[in-house]
Design a protein around this ligand. Structure first.
Ligand SMILES: [Zn+2]
Length: 173
């Protein structure tokens, strides 16, 4: 199975619309509240980044590791939400996540398609294309944009690269 990039991206856009999230940074707590997810915080550097625990086959509890930097926590949360909205169900009861944004990109290690889809969902949820457009004047300032969208610099760099790729195609004559 190949990852379905446009499905994942469009789902993130739908969620942003449904939850009326049109300002950076994306307020993920609104979505957790909307889903009635319970929330557990870990604080252990040796532990997992985060996970969704299912009860009776339904996502019920989000686990988050506060020992990680804020930007990484946000990416983890958004990634977990991706699994829920993309209906990656029938997973293990306890499904730990090892999300290494930079590793996965730089080593080119093959991730399972569902993990890639959850990452694509997370990237669009945290740095929505429509919102990034408003900052076209700041597009070379990764630090500033990473601060605005509250994502890591790696995640921001990727978002900007995708943005250029997309607009480049559109404006080509
Ligand atoms: Zn995952």
């Amino acid at each position: 199975m190949e990852p379905n990039y446009s499905f994942a991206r469009n789902m993130a856009r739908k969620v942003l619309k449904d939850y009326k999230l049109s300002e950076a940074p994306t307020d993920l707590t609104m979505i957790f509240r909307g889903l009635h997810l319970k929330y557990i915080e870990l604080n252990d550097a040796d532990e997992i980044d985060g996970a969704i625990l299912e009860i009776d086959g339904k996502p019920a509890i989000a686990v988050l590791n506060k020992a990680r930097p804020l930007q990484r926590q946000r990416f983890t949360l958004a990634h977990e939400l991706g699994h829920i909205f993309l209906e990656h169900i029938k997973r293990d009861i306890y499904d730990p996540e090892e999300i290494r944004e930079s590793d996965a990109q730089s080593t080119g290690k093959t991730k399972p398609p569902k993990e890639i889809e959850a990452d694509v969902f997370a990237a669009e949820l945290l740095v929505p294309y429509e919102q990034l457009k408003k900052y076209s004047a700041d597009m070379s300032n990764v630090d500033k944009l990473a601060g605005i969208f509250q994502v890591s610099k790696q995640a921001m760099t990727l978002a900007i690269m995708n943005y250029w790729k997309h607009t480049g195609k559109k404006t080509k004559r």
